[in-house]
Design a protein around this ligand. Structure first.
Ligand SMILES: *[C@@H]1O[C@H](CO)[C@@H](O)[C@H](O)[C@H]1NC(C)=O
Length: 500
């Protein structure tokens, strides 16, 4: 086994360095470690979502340190807004990034269904998608209403308490015809169309058809009542405007329905697509470009601009392309900015993985000013990001909690850092958390297995400090993109193993 892994790694390294030259990964780092256990990482990345659940937990809940929470969310307006996910290390339900999380999880399931199933994780992934999609469905209470947030971000952040103890205001925010937010409506439309593709072949079509109906309705709402989403500011203010979300939503709806009106929307609004170097909860253009490029490669030549833009995305990220905009750390991690950087790494790895797969069937590559990259080279670079996250880095540290022996112990996460309500069976009020649990140097009592944190700084350093939220806090969308990227790396590794 050890020899086999070694040989496989040699092949990966060769492919990587053959295309990209001497950048990033050092031979010694790669050769002495072998490939990480992708199946284990995939299972844990999905398990993380159970620890983020809000609402009444089901009997098959596996993350046992969590309990029921926020069971009256929405009651003040007679809406059932229980359920859904806490966004990160806090107890707010932000609908805009939550929808992005559902889209990314669904995308991962759609593109890598076989790999996820082979790892025995398809059922868990479907549950993770359903938990979020079900909330979004209930949040869309009329053709021109979508609840976009439960909880007051400022008040929440002034407390350090478990979700099970929460006593901060569960303020409701919504978008309506009078107070629109096309980013939030567009992202929710994208999420539900993508989720539809996951559930459409089920014997019982009820859930899938609800997803598709709501997705179409949300797209109409976002497109007909145009306005920018600012209600969750200062958290998740949209900086990129809403045109990216409308393209992204129409691309998902076209894939889900093949209805020409969504293709026309993509084609008629290509001017809104431009080269970008990040894919994030704010900026969805790279995702829309990826979906449109798949249609382009399938013969929709009118979408050529999206493919050109997506090629620019690749050139902006791949070392030695001649057009690099996002550099890697000395250890090889894509480094966009020193604040929750890992979110950009996992989303980039996901898009690059999907693009490499799409290029494989077209036997084409990407040409940048100083180098060309084959499908395999793009896939290897994406896999190198997954490997870095899982421990192939100068610190030898996995940035996924509970994976390997060395991982973050003091993540910035309220529920993880305070003893479980099942262990310390009394309320831990707002301020007690701030004095007794946030500032200690003890490891978190609840190991939040699978959580991927904001990650190291630009020199591959990481302090593992609970108060350093920009490096030690997990977030749902970091993990959601990792699910697909990890499944891709696993599939690629398996293909390379087979000949030996
Ligand atoms: C709210 O929705 C959840 C999830 O569908 C359901 O389990 C719960 O019973 C509902 N609560 C009420 C009060 O209707």
């Amino acid at each position: 086994m050890a020899v086999k892994v070694w040989v496989v790694t040699m092949v990966l390294l060769f492919r990587f360095s053959a295309g990209i030259g001497a950048g990033g990964v050092q031979a010694a780092d790669v050769l002495c470690l072998g490939s990480p256990d992708y199946g284990d990482a995939l299972a844990k990345a999905i398990l993380f979502f159970e620890g983020q659940r809000s609402g009444r937990l089901p009997a098959n809940q596996r993350v046992r340190w969590r309990g029921n929470s926020a069971l009256t969310d929405g009651r003040q307006e007679n809406v059932n807004l229980t359920g859904g996910y806490y966004d990160a290390g806090d107890n707010v339900k932000f609908g805009f990034p939550m929808a992005f999380t559902v889209t990314l999880l669904s995308w991962s399931a759609v593109e890598y269904r076989g790999d996820v199933a082979a790892a025995g994780q398809l059922g868990n992934l479907r549950s993770a998608i359903q938990w979020g999609a079900d909330f979004l469905l209930r949040a869309h209470t009329s053709p021109t209403t979508l609840y976009t947030q439960v909880g007051d971000g400022n008040a929440d952040h002034q407390c350090w308490e478990r979700p099970e103890d929460m006593d901060t205001p569960r303020t409701l925010y919504k978008i309506t015809a009078d107070s629109p937010g096309s980013e939030a409506a567009g992202e929710a439309a994208a999420a539900l169309a993508a989720a539809y593709l996951v559930f459409k072949n089920d014997n019982d079509k009820t859930f899938a058809s609800r997803l598709l109906t709501a997705s179409r309705s949300l797209f109409e709402f976002g497109n007909n009542y145009r306005g920018s989403f600012q209600s969750s500011c200062p958290f998740y203010c949209s900086y990129s405007g809403f045109k990216d979300e409308l393209l992204w939503a129409s691309a998902w709806l076209y894939r889900a329905t093949k209805d020409a009106k969504y293709l026309d929307f993509l084609s008629d609004n290509q001017d809104s697509s431009n080269p970008v170097n990040e894919f994030s909860w704010d900026n969805k253009l790279a995702g829309a470009q990826m979906l449109a490029t798949q249609e382009y490669l399938g013969g929709k030549t009118e979408l050529a601009r999206y493919k050109a833009n997506l090629d620019s995305f690749v050139c902006a990220l791949l070392p030695n392309s001649g057009n690099v905009q996002i550099h890697t750390t000395p250890g090889g991690l894509l480094f966009t900015r020193d604040s929750v950087n890992m979110q950009y790494t996992t989303t980039a790895a996901l898009v690059l993985s999907i693009y490499s797969k799409a290029l494989k069937s077209s036997a084409d590559g990407v040409r940048c000013s100083a180098a060309s990259f084959s499908s395999d080279q793009i896939a290897s670079f994406a896999a190198s990001q997954v490997d870095y996250i899982l421990g192939k880095n100068p610190k030898g540290m996995s940035y996924m909690v509970g994976f390997g022996d060395v991982f973050p112990r003091r993540i910035h996460h309220r529920g993880s850092s305070i003893p479980s309500i099942k262990v310390l069976g009394r309320t831990v009020p707002c301020n007690e958390g701030f004095t007794s649990w946030l500032p200690t140097s003890d490891p978190n009592p609840n190991v939040h297995v699978g959580a991927i944190v904001g990650g190291p700084d630009g020199n591959d350093q990481f302090s593992d400090s609970r108060e350093d939220s920009s490096h030690s806090e997990p977030a749902t969308y970091i993990n959601a993109a990792f699910v697909g990227a990890c499944a891709a790396a696993m599939g690629q590794n398996k293909q390379l193993e087979e000949p030996y």
